[in-house]
Design a protein. Structure first.
Length: 208
């Protein structure tokens, strides 16, 4: 009978997934050891990709930005990574951050390095971060993006019709309901372990 991977094993090994172009990546939750990989990935982004992600020119990753991106509790702020097969380099990351005012809403953001765009990696990351959000009781994603960022808008439209809730010169904010759909079989164990890990962490922090 096959053994279920522990959280530590899953963090180290990730779930191997084939993309639509036949290339392979590994998908797992964020770990504190991924800080350097995130920094390297940041500096591999083209100016256009960086501007689309941060809505401003950001050639330098400041300590404040790094803290914001890596302050992950796996409940109100989750991050899912895509790494190469050898687990050496980050290829993309998806975040959600839960709204304090609306706990069933979270802001979602996706980043994929330029060399790996157009292969289905963004779709995969959105699928996994959506499933994690549903596990934590989040029902709706919001996203603030450049009005010209059709790629991100098309990704969100895969979840369902995106509703424009605010529009400023050059930017648009949308909301989309997270559908209750199953993820690929190779990722189901990752999500089950992630949920158990969060539940154990919550129990350890509560007194009785």
């Amino acid at each position: 009978m096959p053994r279920s991977r522990s959280t530590e094993e899953l963090t180290a090994l990730g779930a191997p997934v084939a993309l639509r172009d036949g290339s392979h990546v590994r998908i797992r939750q964020w770990s504190p050891s991924d800080r350097e990989s995130l920094v390297r990935g940041f500096y591999r982004l083209s100016p256009t990709s960086s501007y689309r992600r941060f809505l401003s020119a950001a050639p330098v990753l400041t300590s404040a930005m790094l803290h914001q991106l890596t302050d992950i509790d796996h409940r109100d702020h989750e991050a899912i990574l895509a790494l190469d097969e050898r687990e050496k380099e980050g290829l993309g990351v998806a975040h959600y951050v839960r709204s304090i005012e609306r706990p069933e809403l979270a802001e979602v953001a996706l980043t994929v390095i330029d060399d790996w765009q157009g292969r289905g990696l963004g779709t995969l990351l959105l699928e996994v971060i959506s499933a994690r959000a549903r596990q934590e009781g989040i029902k709706t994603f919001s996203a603030l993006m450049l009005a010209e960022n059709r790629e991100m808008r098309d990704l969100l439209d895969r979840l369902g019709p995106a509703r424009v809730i605010d529009q400023e010169p050059g930017t648009v904010e949308v909301e989309v309901a997270i559908p209750d759909t199953e993820v690929a079989p190779e990722l189901q164990e990752l999500l089950r372990i992630a949920a158990r890990h969060v539940a154990r962490s919550s129990g350890a922090g509560s007194g009785s």
